[in-house]
Design a protein around this ligand. Structure first.
Ligand code: FDA
Length: 304
């Protein structure tokens, strides 16, 4: 009951534009620095370097919420191309993750696609890869349509499929050959489109992981769930799937010891690193997802 109330409070805070705007002026607070790698690209690149030294690969995500003007979307596009340039200049091992609503998807589809072209051209020039994060259900079909369109020109782009959606298995079949990040799914979705019970989500998650791996496609398994990770290890061993065909992914600041031990066991492991001054919404969503994360916030609150 208490967990549900706190979840709703954090989700409400994450969606509150005024709070998000005020938080931009604060700098990272309340322990957010444990899950957000700084407010600028320099600090994010430093974290990439530090993680690379431990054998971890990275993906950078420039945080941005409530993009409702072309100006904001263009600014986000430039931030993303600059991030790709900074990765190349520093010679670190990281690709890029983007959200298309940040690039103007809700403003004008064609404008958003143009912005994606700018980012993908820069990525191609630097021989890098861009992952389109999957947002809520209302953006799912349009994201997949744009991805398929972009794949006609670029091979350095992939997306994410959410196991809680009934449609996930069919989507994975249709996207055979395309690099996919597979996740359980982070948004609150209706029972008309998504499984609501954890067991069913987990079951579907393993189903789509197995489907994509067996089709020979490159698969990123993005989870902190050690039960799933252990099942994946067994599955790849049993089916003689090469370790070059998949990677594990986890969020920055989560299960850091497990991230390193996966590398030590010889598994490719990538850390998703969010950065930027628009950190508040992301931080609130992480607190909503897992009440235990509140200890981050409390620790940060007392330390600052
Ligand atoms: P889940 O939260 O179901 O936890 C299962 C079990 O794992 C827990 O009961 C606990 O035992 C253990 N566990 C989990 N977290 C732990 C922790 N911090 N410490 C100790 N034990 C822990 N979603 C989306 O909709 N679109 C997207 O594009 C992405 N992208 C993305 C990238 C990356 C790299 C990750 C890791 C995740 C995403 N997600 C996402 C989020 C994803 O959909 C999902 O909401 C979260 O990862 C939470 O689900 P998990 O699979 O991690 O385990």
């Amino acid at each position: 009951m208490l967990a549900k109330v706190s979840k709703n409070i954090f989700l409400y805070a994450s969606q509150n534009k005024a709070l998000n705007t005020v938080a931009k002026k604060w700098g990272l607070k309340f322990g957010a620095s444990q899950v957000v790698a700084g407010v600028n690209i320099e600090s994010a690149i430093n974290q990439v370097q530090r993680l690379n030294e431990k054998g971890l690969l990275c993906t950078l995500d420039h945080l941005g919420e409530f993009v409702s003007s072309r100006e904001d979307a263009l600014e986000a596009t430039v931030c993303n191309t600059r991030t790709l340039e900074a990765i190349a200049k520093a010679g670190v091992n990281s690709n890029l993750s983007v959200k298309m609503t940040q690039l103007g998807l809700d403003i004008d589809r064609d404008f958003c696609v143009q912005n994606m072209h700018r980012i993908l051209d820069t990525a191609k020039y630097h021989n890098n890869f861009v992952r389109i994060d999957m947002e809520d259900y209302s953006h799912c079909q349009i994201t997949l349509d744009i991805l398929k369109e972009l794949r006609e020109t670029y091979t350095n782009v992939g997306t994410v499929i959410q196991a809680y959606l009934f449609r996930a298995e069919q989507d994975v079949k249709e996207l055979k050959g395309i690099p996919l990040r597979l996740v359980k799914g982070a948004y609150k979705e209706s029972s008309k489109v998504a499984y609501q019970e954890k067991e069913k989500v987990d079951e579907n998650y393993m189903r789509i992981i197995e489907e994509h791996l067996l089709s020979g496609s490159y698969t990123a398994i993005a989870t902190h769930d050690h039960h799933i990770i252990s099942k994946v290890k067994d599955f790849v061993q049993k089916n003689e799937i090469n370790r070059d065909q998949f990677e594990f992914q986890m969020l920055y600041g989560f299960r850091t010891e497990m991230q390193v031990s996966l590398v030590q066991e010889g598994y490719k492991t990538r850390v998703y690193i969010p950065f930027g001054d628009d950190w508040f919404g992301y931080f609130m969503r992480r607190l909503a997802e897992r009440p235990q994360n509140i200890s981050f916030a409390l620790r940060g609150f007392f330390l600052k």
